[in-house]
Write a protein that binds this ligand. Structure first.
Ligand code: AMP
Ligand code: MG
Length: 328
């Protein structure tokens, strides 16, 4: 199969045609690129799992353009779900609610709940509107690889596997949506993201952050290896330990690279590095592109620990998985 990469009106028109014909299309969102299909078309949804090589017990997120899109998708909107939607949608958040009857079980991996997201990215919204149906989508990477934040990342993983990639430039947020389960009494964060626990607590009074044993695959990255570059990756706390990890790797004959914020890069004595910028927002936006670049130019990645506060905590949630938990 030939994989087209298109922009603008032409891309949206062609994308919507393909979706209506039961095909899979990659599209941009503010978080990461998604691999979408008509959420009500069981056969189309199965193609997503095939293209990604994703286990079928890992559910997808259903994307809508506006509140009208909720019709038929959910059977109950709890007070907390309502409050989250009012404050944070459209935006980088997914709310888990009780599913409607029409949603195929392949979308929810057999669960009686469904994840709903309303992207703020203008291209995603136009695309979903043009399709005229909710779009089920996970991130547009091969299962376990790094999530894509531009069309080129998607092409590297999906060339020959899907008919079309809609190119909408770089994802502004850069990591996957915050996932909140609002189907239970106390809303629970299943995956941290750019909308933090503190921000949610302001609206909800209290949220639970996920901790404890994993029984079923409820949130990504808990049961499966995720966000992993193709080479060994470690996390280093501060410039000094990053430098040491780099030198140790080089002494073993490896070609290392350090991924860090600007002020840390300045302390690396000219060692090969990828500069993410200084602010938390820049670090979040650039982290996946840096991991993509890192695995290309090096065979050992040392990533700085950015701390566990606010959005950096969400970035570290991904980076620690990339590193398989390995800190030096
Ligand atoms: P991705 O963003 O590529 O990891 O794909 C969507 C993610 O949303 C999945 O990995 C799920 O963990 C999560 N998700 C979707 N629906 C549900 C649900 N009903 N309950 C819990 N998590 C969900
Ligand atoms: Mg994913």
């Amino acid at each position: 199969m030939q994989t087209l990469v298109l922009k603008g009106e032409e891309a949206l028109k062609k994308g919507a045609e393909l979706i209506r014909a039961g095909e899979v299309v990659a599209f941009p969102t503010e978080t990461v690129y998604g691999l979408g299909a008509d959420a009500f078309n069981e056969v189309a949804v199965r193609k997503i799992f095939e293209a990604k090589g994703r286990p079928s017990d890992n559910p997808l997120i259903v994307h809508i353009a506006d509140e009208k899109g909720l019709e038929g998708l959910v059977s109950d909107v709890s007070d907390s779900a309502e409050a989250i939607m009012k404050k944070f949608m459209p935006g980088p958040i997914t709310v888990i609610m009780k599913k409607g009857e029409k949603v195929p079980l392949s979308v929810t991996a057999g669960l009686d709940t469904v994840g709903i997201r309303m992207p703020s990215n203008a291209v995603s919204r136009e695309f979903i509107r043009e399709c005229g149906t909710p779009i089920a989508a996970p991130s547009a990477n091969r299962s376990t690889h790094i999530s894509p934040t531009n069309a080129e990342h998607v092409f590297e993983d999906m060339d020959g596997r899907i008919p079309l990639i809609i190119d909408g430039g770089e994802s502004e947020v850069g990591i996957e949506s915050t996932i909140v389960d609002a189907s239970t009494d106390v809303p629970t964060i299943l995956r941290p993201g750019a909308i933090t626990a503190e921000m949610l607590a302001e609206v909800l009074g209290a949220v639970r952050t996920f901790s404890g044993k994993v029984v079923v695959a409820k949130a990504p990255g808990m049961k499966y290896k995720h966000y992993a570059p193709s080479c060994e990756t470690v996390v280093a706390i501060g410039a000094e330990s990053a430098t040491k990890a780099y030198d140790d790797a080089e002494n073993k004959g490896l070609s290392p690279v350090v991924i860090a914020r600007s002020s840390t890069c300045a302390k690396l004595g000219g060692r090969t590095h990828i500069d993410l910028g200084e602010s938390d927002v820049e670090i979040c936006r650039n982290i996946y592109a840096a991991l993509h670049r890192g695995e290309k130019i090096a065979n050992f990645i040392v990533c700085e620990h950015f701390g566990n506060e606010g959005v950096c905590g969400s970035v570290m949630n991904r980076v620690m998985k990339s590193a398989g938990g390995k800190t030096v």
